[in-house]
Design a binder for this molecule. Structure first.
Ligand code: C2E
Ligand code: CA
Ligand code: CA
Length: 518
């Protein structure tokens, strides 16, 4: 029935046309409607879709009954489907676009990225992915409020659109993270674009009445060199982005060495803190053997983390995390205490090896470090001369003036100081002689290649010569075979360490080894 012209239009009628006429008559030329009506009059509920002119509608017919249940007519309700299609489109839009910036969201972006990768694979062309995260967004939000924050995000979205080509896809992943898909671009051109984006974002943004300075960190991953599917590309771009953020580099292209920056690694941090606090780490020891008498110069303590799910985690994976998250001090304190306790136990068992402990930059810059070393020595009743501290050359060179203060104090206590990984830094031995140093350890990379590489052999020979001229002991690390051991002995090297002699092992195994060299 009735209603305005709009609704009659849906039914394909003109105003007044229906008055006083039956449906059967009105829809004489619509067999579909007539058939639906017959079924309804026979007592059925009917749903159908209809095309009337250029309108699409969905119709529901219900039998109309009297008080005895007899069917006396049919009621049809037609709904404009175009309306619903619009709603569906709106819903789809909501599901695939970010309402704040109007940019595609993560879902839609994933879709486009999947397609781009497929296309690139077929056409053997590259494509690149760039993830962008604002550096000081939280500050803006906290200082100027959420409205200003939202406004800033919109402006950033606009800026990205201005810099990029129409064919590039820009998405907001939520928070202050944006993603950009560059068809046909390789890592080099994505990097050039990253530079341009940084420039564009550098100028202050006028947000409400404030001029807001922001910066962004960007990570680039390109198909196919950094990943063969969209999942891996996204993960690698994210890792590169964290690496860029951590290095304050603005942008970075993915490299496998950045994997320590991945968010699942970051979640290791609280677990590491807990492991340090609850004695959940352990030490392996590897002997450094004096060539002349075949006895240990020291046993080097090398930390391991037995992780409940991931097994024994190597220090290369968690030392860098500890360095960046303020855990280096508690970690070194734990290693020192555990190593000195073990040292005392060996002494009580009749052996008297010194122990070496690796220390980091953070420890050297800590004005209380020397004092706390003295404290642990005292607690475990170990002579300072039984403790050697290994510091890598590059760490000393990073801030020589401050390093020298702590080193001098440690040396005064009676602890020995060894320069680790020697030859990889930028210093000269003569310069290092200003520091209170007892021994240098020639870096593994020279030792392991000295048989095959003349350059390495020359470096090894000159470190040994110069070291001796300066009154230092010289240790070679990473000795993996007999040939190398013999050559080092011929060159006058004082002590060796490496798999050829013994791999790092738990204290119990070292006790057996100590027995053999007694
Ligand atoms: P590093 O001080 O240079 O320690 C020597 C590393 O070389 C050890 O790896 C050892 O297992 C390995 N190695 C020993 N002999 C050989 C050999 O013949 N061939 C080869 N290819 N490798 C050999 P690890 O235990 O994984 O330690 C790696 C690095 O982690 C150490 O390098 C050190 O810089 C750091 N680290 C280990 N424990 C501690 C710690 O308690 N504190 C600090 N600050 N750093 C530590
Ligand atoms: Ca070492
Ligand atoms: Ca080393």
């Amino acid at each position: 029935g009735g209603g305005g012209g709009g609704r009659l239009a849906v039914l394909g009628l003109k105003p007044g046309e229906a008055v006083g006429r039956s449906a059967r008559e009105l829809y004489r030329d619509h067999p579909q409607i007539l058939a639906d009506l017959e079924r309804t009059l026979a007592g059925e509920d009917v749903t159908d879709t209809l095309a009337l002119g250029d309108l699409a509608c969905e119709v529901h017919y219900t039998p109309l009954r009297d008080k005895d249940g007899q069917v006396i007519g049919a009621v049809g309700v037609a709904a404009d489907v175009a309306e619903r299609r619009r709603t569906e489109r709106d819903l789809e839009r909501l599901a695939r676009y970010d309402p704040l910036t109007g940019l595609p969201n993560r879902t839609l972006f994933r879709d486009r990225l999947d397609h781009a990768v497929l296309r690139s694979r077929r056409a053997a062309t590259p494509c690149a992915l760039l993830l962008l995260d604002l550096d000081r967004f939280k500050e803006v939000n906290n200082t100027f409020g959420h409205r200003a924050g939202d406004e800033l995000l919109r402006r950033v979205g606009q800026t990205l659109c201005e810099v990029l080509r129409k064919s590039d896809i820009i998405a907001r992943f939520g928070g202050d993270e944006f993603a950009i898909l560059l068809h046909g671009a390789d890592a080099a051109s994505a990097t050039r674009l990253a530079r341009r984006l940084r420039k564009a974002l550098e100028r202050p943004f006028a947000v409400e009445e404030h001029a807001v300075d922001i910066a962004a960190s960007m990570g680039v991953a390109a198909y196919p060199e950094h990943g063969e599917d969209s999942e891996i590309l996204l993960r690698h771009a994210e890792i590169a982005m964290y690496a860029a953020k951590s290095a304050h580099a603005g942008h970075a292209v993915y490299a496998p060495s950045q994997d320590e920056y991945s968010p699942d690694r970051l979640s290791l941090v609280p677990q590491l803190r807990e492991a340090i606090r609850t004695d959940g780490l352990l030490l392996h020891y590897q002997p450094v053997v004096r060539i002349a008498e075949g006895k240990p110069l020291a046993l080097e303590a090398l930390v391991r983390w037995p992780h409940p799910e991931q097994g024994l985690i190597a220090p290369a994976r968690f030392i860098p995390l500890a360095e960046r998250t303020g855990l280096m001090k508690p970690l070194t304190d734990w290693v020192l205490a555990a190593a000195l306790r073990q040292c005392a136990a060996w002494r009580d068992a009749g052996y008297a090896p010194a122990v070496s402990v690796n220390i980091s930059m953070r420890n050297l810059l800590d004005p209380e470090f020397a004092g706390s070393v003295a404290g642990v020595l005292h607690v475990h009743g170990v002579e300072a001369s039984q403790l050697r501290l290994e510091i890598t050359e590059s760490v000393i060179m990073a801030d020589p003036e401050r390093a020298i203060g702590t080193l001098a104090r440690l040396h005064k206590l009676g602890a020995r100081i060894d320069i680790d990984d020697f030859g990889t830094g930028y210093s000269s031995l003569a310069y290092l002689h200003r520091f209170p140093v007892d021994a240098v350890k020639i870096d593994r990379s020279f030792v392991s290649t000295m048989r095959s590489d003349e350059g390495s052999a020359t470096i090894v020979r000159s470190i040994i010569g110069l070291g001796h001229d300066l009154g230092l002991e010289v240790i070679a690390e990473g000795v993996e075979d007999r040939d190398t051991a013999e050559r080092l002995a011929e060159l006058g090297c004082d002590a060796l360490q490496g798999y050829y002699l013994m791999k790092p092992a738990p204290a119990a195994e070292l006790a057996r080894w100590l027995e053999t060299v007694r």
